[in-house]
Design a protein around this ligand. Structure first.
Ligand SMILES: Nc1ncnc2c1ncn2[C@@H]1O[C@H](COP(=O)(O)OP(=O)(O)OP(=O)(O)O)[C@@H](O)[C@H]1O
Ligand SMILES: [Mg+2]
Length: 331
């Protein structure tokens, strides 16, 4: 499958081009995202994967218009005829309530501990859909059914502290879906949950994509999780795209040494052709002092003289894109 983002613009729901995010800090400019391109179609699930600090959350925050005050974004992110990076606050507020939704990395910050689940959910519909309170309450309760919450009627009257982590995460997903967004960004939606609940939430996301054709950007540091879930994967390192490929291609024949490193760092059942669990040695570079050339070169076992020059993103054998000077990844 050819997934060159430049060629898929026509049918794309979201087309991101040359997205950069930087922060002004006391020590100078921090470049969190450096010229990333990708596209997502309706009903498609794109996973964005990379180690901590690679810029995944800030990329999402830029798309949602929610960067911190010292942050700024450039490039473009075309979504249903709007450039998300150029929209005013008012337009963004409208889109966020109705067409775009995000599940944040720290779920505690999403729900108000002092309000019942039902009140929080129905307020979303009252505000963004102008629904009368009674109708909003019923629609919210129905959405709890949709995400397979038992006793939805009783849950509506409960407060967040009365519910388990898995239940709260389902409620957050239900809330994000209340206005049937065209695009859902889920930032590490299951990291804090135990494995069986993770599997339930993953099934739920697949189900939602089927039912509503919701496009999903799934952010995770765990390549293992995206195996049965995503259609394509963007592998980020130090704010840059390292590899962009259909999920099956990335698993079967990763072309970037960093992607292969991430695959080797997940349990064997997901990548049975590869050797036992092997974390990638070393740490990502300090974003304030990025090395010249390939940012991965200090940790790459195949680094050679060319790697001191920045590798451009180029077509890969599997039809996706990679940024690597190696002609072919050695077996
Ligand atoms: N307001 C800010 N000011 C300065 N730097 C920031 C700010 N917010 C984030 N950063 C920096 O931006 C970089 C990217 O952070 P980001 O949160 O996107 O990483 P991430 O890939 O989501 O990591 P994780 O997997 O740990 O969630 C980090 O170096 C982070 O410290
Ligand atoms: Mg993050």
């Amino acid at each position: 499958m050819a997934i060159d983002p430049a060629s898929s613009g026509d049918q794309a729901l979201l087309q991101v081009s040359a997205l950069r995010v930087s922060f002004a800090t006391a020590d100078g400019e921090l470049q969190a995202v450096r010229a990333v391109d990708f596209s997502v179609r309706s009903g498609e699930i794109l996973a964005i994967v990379g180690e901590s600090g690679s810029g995944k959350t800030q990329l999402a925050m830029a798309l949602m218009g929610l960067l911190a005050e010292n942050g700024s974004a450039s490039g473009s992110a075309m979504f249903q005829g709007h450039d998300l990076l150029g929209c005013g606050q008012k337009q963004m507020n409208r889109l966020r309530g109705s067409k775009l939704a995000m599940i944040f990395q720290d779920p505690e910050s999403t729900l108000n501990p002092y309000m019942s689940i039902g009140r929080q959910m129905s307020e979303v519909l009252e505000q963004h859909r102008n629904m009368p309170h009674k109708q909003a309450w019923l629609v919210a309760e129905e959405m709890l059914h949709q995400v397979c919450i038992d006793d939805a009627h009783e849950r509506m009257r409960q407060f967040p502290y009365e519910l388990s982590g898995g239940m709260l995460q389902r409620i957050i997903i239900a809330m994000a879906l209340l206005c049937q967004p065209a695009l859902l960004i889920a930032d590490e939606p299951t990291t804090a949950l135990d494995v069986t609940v993770q599997a339930d939430i993953n099934r739920l996301m697949l189900d939602l994509r089927e039912r509503y054709q919701t496009a999903i950007i799934l952010i995770t540091h765990d390549l293992g999780m995206v195996a049965g879930l995503a259609d394509k994967v963007l592998v980020m390192y130090a704010g840059q795209t390292m590899e962009y490929a259909a999920v099956a291609d990335l698993y079967q024949r990763p072309e970037h040494p960093y992607s292969r490193g991430l695959l080797r760092a997940i349990p064997q059942s997901f990548s049975n052709k590869l050797a036992a669990l092997q974390p990638i040695p070393g740490n990502p570079p300090n974003p304030m002092q990025l090395p010249s050339g390939c940012p991965f070169r200090d940790r790459c076992e195949y680094a050679f003289a060319d790697c001191t020059a920045t590798p451009l993103l180029r077509p890969a054998r599997h039809g996706g894109l990679i940024a690597c000077h190696l002609d072919r990844l050695p077996e």
